[in-house]
Design a protein around this ligand. Structure first.
Ligand SMILES: [Zn+2]
Ligand SMILES: [Zn+2]
Length: 169
């Protein structure tokens, strides 16, 4: 159960290579929908990418996952870790999922290799100071996927606001 060892390793306090505590202001925070589970991450990141693979589409229920990837030592649970469940497809080399047992929100998951942790960016409560760099598994994208800029955009609900052009805010 190597992932279990890694799981235990995740819950240790964040430290740098010289085992010094990481200052609080260098961390970014995330949580689940019901607010039971909280975590924090620390840059630098490996990357931020949209993944259109079939597993990510199933796990998110959306056209793609929006994932920040970083070294596992730069991640820790800060609340509610006992509510985090994990699922690993037997056939995957890398992919797994984590989710809140109470609300079902997707949550950060350690790759089966143990070499990276994957942060579903929609669970962050702060701007992580990075924007997406690439689409991966583009060839596997949902057949109905449309680029957001090709669609009408309403600031809130249709009927309560007028369609506008998407901007880069
Ligand atoms: Zn929750
Ligand atoms: Zn994927």
């Amino acid at each position: 159960m190597s992932w279990l060892n890694n799981w235990i390793q995740w819950s240790q306090p964040l430290t740098d290579k010289k085992n010094r505590a990481i200052p609080e202001q260098e961390n970014y925070h995330g949580s689940c929908l019901c607010d039971s589970v909280h975590y924090e991450i620390r840059p630098p990141y490996f990357t931020f990418q949209y993944c259109h693979c079939s597993r990510c589409r199933k796990a998110t229920g959306s056209s793609h996952a929006s994932n920040i990837i970083l070294p596992p030592k730069q991640f820790s649970w800060t609340q509610g870790e006992n509510l985090v469940a994990r699922y690993e497809p037997a056939s995957s080399k890398h992919f797994a999922t984590s989710f809140c047992k109470n609300c079902g929100s997707t949550l950060p998951w350690l790759a089966k290799t143990g070499k990276a942790i994957v942060i579903p960016a929609g669970t962050l409560d702060e701007h992580p100071n990075i924007t997406p760099k690439q689409n991966i598994f583009w060839a596997s994208r949902a057949p109905w996927f449309e680029l957001p800029h090709k669609l009408k955009a309403f600031p809130t609900l249709p009927g309560k606001s007028n369609a506008c052009l998407l901007d880069d805010d």
